[in-house]
Design a protein around this ligand. Structure first.
Ligand code: MGD
Ligand code: MGD
Ligand code: SF4
Ligand code: MO
Length: 683
């Protein structure tokens, strides 16, 4: 009789961290199912989640460290690899300065402790140069919400009366939110979806607004203008908790209805309907801004202008609105760095808000600095859980720059497109081979994931600890192993690791509560961590830095600002497909067969004009590069006319070959991944 057991973890095949039951027989994983008790996903998982089993035992997984030689990669022992990597880092730091090496953590290991650990390691070895996928993801929105509220309030979808979804397709990208939104809809809530494409989310909405790519700020200001003039705002809330209303009101007058219709493609009937939904549901309205808004020239202000709407109607800390969350209160791994080194952080001068609020250096500027050696040489990069050859804007430059390094170390599960460029490739232990703290925001849950199996592969902690020890930074990364680190992390919470481990279905440290800000305010506490202590329509922090204090529409997409006849189409990239995750899972058969190759989605009228048939191989060209790719002629409702969409992550039709790194949001420095200029050439 086989010994059967179930271990409880969190799925990390994407960032949603669904609760999972991992079924084992005689120590071997035989199935992964959703954990029904886990509040976030309530038992459901997606095709990626169940495919965690295929990934765990995949024959392509790296098992031995590899070193690049003249004859290609050769296997070496882990200790040797770690010794050689550390020796090379030391040599580079001695020769070019401690800042000449850096660390890059990708989406593969996520956030929370893994992000903090990677940054701590960088600072421990005296370099300010910590990079991550967050210079193309999340940080833009983090900045936006924090500029307005001093925190990022969460959308309370389950209890909402109106969910407003801007540039996100939850069924593909944020799985269980769809459950939450559907739950609210069953209780009478309405759903507005604002997207350039008729997505799965749009299909179940009460109102779908097809917007012209990159113009969301204009629509948001148009809504603001109407809400103010029709007095659908909450003046008590505004007077008590906000700052900058008069400036906002004045600027909103520029967004006349005619201008909004003309500019965004939204119709009068649609705007009227949006306003009537707000009127009925206010203040129990929750909104979410996806990367559809963030991956734009005006990304930060897109999101801020949407924040304004929520604040104007007083949707803050009310049921079904935007709620401020309680934290679990663990220790944090961040450590300070000397000012003299901070000043050398790559991208800090150009994007001080990004560095100031996130402690992130800029990956796009890194590529330029590697190639130019200006303002100083950058020579060595330790990268874990990232595949920027497929995921960073301007792949051609990424390849050139990574090749120019004296040392590139990549830690991954597989030999990726980026790992192929490395001097050393270190096999990684996956999420099922680690134990770490994972959180769920809106449900206020913490979970210590169970290590399910052990193949003897090195985890993230041992990697950084091993390098720190060899580089004389043991004092800063002192914990003996991952468990000791976890123990230290939970210390201030009053809960021991053992107690936490008993909550195998996740521990809800506090139920969600409303009215916190009102209560705090009355108690005379500083409510919002902004400069004025209020919700800031005008950011005084931005004003001090020389930016416009208000979220103006200053940086339109380049296809509007600098139109070029030879590139008449608008190129959007990266719209999520449920089965893939960025560059991952092309090697998982049950996933790959659903979508074996990249496609460019195109409007039937545009296809007809160009004489292109569904399924035909065509060429997409931009000023930065060209790819050959299969055309998918979609239904006329499905995509904004004149625009095309390519999901990134395919090696043969790499969307990021087409995307330049020059068009950037002025505050976050994010590349405009979703409104580039392109043309289509028939082959
Ligand atoms: N299956 C799967 N899930 C994922 C990921 C994945 O790769 N695969 N990635 C994860 C990560 S790291 C992230 S950051 C999230 C991102 O998840 P989402 O925020 O949902 O991001 P996208 O799918 O890139 O884009 C969302 C929508 O924006 C629309 N859009 C494009 N341009 C515009 C515009 O100008 N205005 C508006 N209003 N809409 C526009 C697109 O049509 C698309 O439907 O997904 C996460 N979840
Ligand atoms: N054109 C375009 N480009 C985009 C986007 C877009 O919308 N359009 N979206 C952007 C966004 S939002 C993001 S977040 C980035 C993501 O970009 P990346 O950070 O490069 O993310 P992935 O491609 O998912 O690569 C993660 C890697 O981690 C590895 N991995 C998985 N688990 C582990 C582990 O436990 N340990 C280690 N060491 N490695 C592991 C995987 O095998 C994979 O190779 O892409 C961005 N790129
Ligand atoms: S949505 Fe799918 S891949 Fe993402 S955590 Fe949940 S089960 Fe895993
Ligand atoms: Mo992301």
């Amino acid at each position: 009789m086989a010994v059967k057991e179930i271990k409880k973890s969190c799925c990390r095949m994407c960032g949603m961290l669904c609760g999972i039951d991992v079924h084992l027989e005689d120590g071997k994983v035989v199935a992964i199912e959703g954990n029904k008790e886990y509040l976030a996903n309530r038992g459901r998982i997606c095709i990626k989640g169940s495919s965690g089993l295929t990934q765990l035992y995949h024959e392509d997984r790296l098992k031995k460290p590899l070193k690049k030689t003249e004859n290609g990669f050769v296997e070496i022992e882990l200790e040797q690899a770690m010794d050689e990597i550390a020796a090379k880092m030391k040599e580079l730091q001695e020769k070019y300065g401690t800042q000449s090496v850096g660390v890059w953590k990708g989406e593969g290991t996520g956030f929370a402790q893994q992000e903090e650990l990677a940054r701590r390691f960088a600072h421990a070895i005296k370099t300010p140069n910590y990079f991550s996928n967050d210079t193309q993801c999340y940080a833009g929105r983090y900045i936006s919400y924090n500029l307005t509220y001093g925190t990022w309030p969460a959308a309370d979808f389950r209890n909402t009366k109106l969910a407003v979804i801007w540039g996100t397709n939850a069924p593909a990208s944020h799985s269980y939110w769809t459950q939450d939104i559907n739950y609210a809809r069953e209780n009478g809530a309405k759903l507005i979806v604002i997207d350039t494409m008729y997505t799965e989310m749009a299909r179940v909405s009460d109102l779908y607004i097809q917007i012209k790519p990159g113009t969301d700020t204009v629509l948001a200001w148009g809504i603001i203008n109407r809400l103010i003039s029709e007095d659908i705002i909450d003046m008590d809330f505004i007077e008590k908790y906000t700052h900058g209303f008069e400036e906002l009101k004045e600027y909103s007058k520029e967004f006349t209805e005619e201008y909004v219709y003309e500019y965004t493609g939204v119709t009068k009937e649609q705007l009227d309907e949006i306003i009537s939904y707000y009127k009925t549901a206010t203040p129990n309205v929750s909104s979410w801004c996806g990367t559809g808004l963030e991956h734009q020239m005006n990304g930060v202000n897109n999101v801020r202008s949407v924040n304004y709407i929520d604040a104007l109607i007083g949707a803050i800390d009310v049921p079904g609105g935007m709620v401020t969350l309680d934290g679990f209160g663990p220790s944090h791994l961040e450590i300070e760095l000397e000012e003299e080194l901070v000043e050398k952080a790559i991208g800090r001068k150009e994007y001080p808000v990004l560095y100031g609020m996130r402690g992130e250096c800029h990956t796009l500027l890194l590529m330029d600095q590697i190639l130019s050696e200006k303002p100083y040489p950058f020579k060595g990069l330790v990268m874990t859980a990232a595949n920027p050859v497929l995921t960073n804007a301007n792949s051609t430059k990424v390849v050139e720059a990574l090749k120019a390094l004296d040392l590139l170390v990549v830690k991954d599960l597989y030999m990726t497109e980026t790992a192929e460029l490395a001097d050393y490739v270190i096999p990684a232990a996956s999420y099922l081979e680690r134990s770490e703290l994972q959180y769920n925001g809106i449900n206020q849950i913490v979970k210590l994931t169970e290590k399910v199996v052990d193949f003897g592969l090195q985890n993230e902690y041992d990697f950084f600890k091993g390098l720190a020890d060899r580089l004389g930074a043991s004092d800063t990364i002192p914990w003996e192993n991952e468990e000791a680190l976890n123990r230290w992390l939970v210390e201030p919470t009053g809960m021991s690791l053992e107690e936490l481990a008993e909550h195998r279905d996740g521990y809800q440290f506090k139920p969600l509560t409303y009215g916190k800000i009102q209560k705090k305010f009355e108690d005379g506490e500083k409510v919002f961590a902004t400069k004025t202590g209020k919700i800031e329509f005008t950011s005084e922090y931005l004003r001090d830095m020389g930016y416009d204090a208000l979220a103006k529409y200053n940086s339109a997409p380049s296809y509007i600002e600098n139109p070029e006849e030879e590139f008449p189409m608008i190129l959007m990239t990266g719209a999520r497909k449920v089965m893939y995750f960025h560059g991952r899972y092309r090697n998982i058969p049950q996933i790959n067969k659903v979508m074996p190759e990249g496609i460019v989605e195109i409007h039937p009228k545009d296809a007809a004009n160009l004489g292109i048939l569904d399924g035909e191989k065509i060429k997409v060209e931009t000023a930065h590069g060209s790819i050959e790719i299969k055309a998918k002629v979609v239904h006329e409702k499905e995509i904004y006319p004149g625009s095309i969409q390519i999901t990134h992550g395919f090696k043969k039709s790499n969307a990021n070959v087409l995307i330049g790194d020059g068009d950037r949001d002025p505050i976050s420095g994010f590349p405009a991944l979703k409104s580039a200029k392109a043309r289509i050439v028939k082959l």
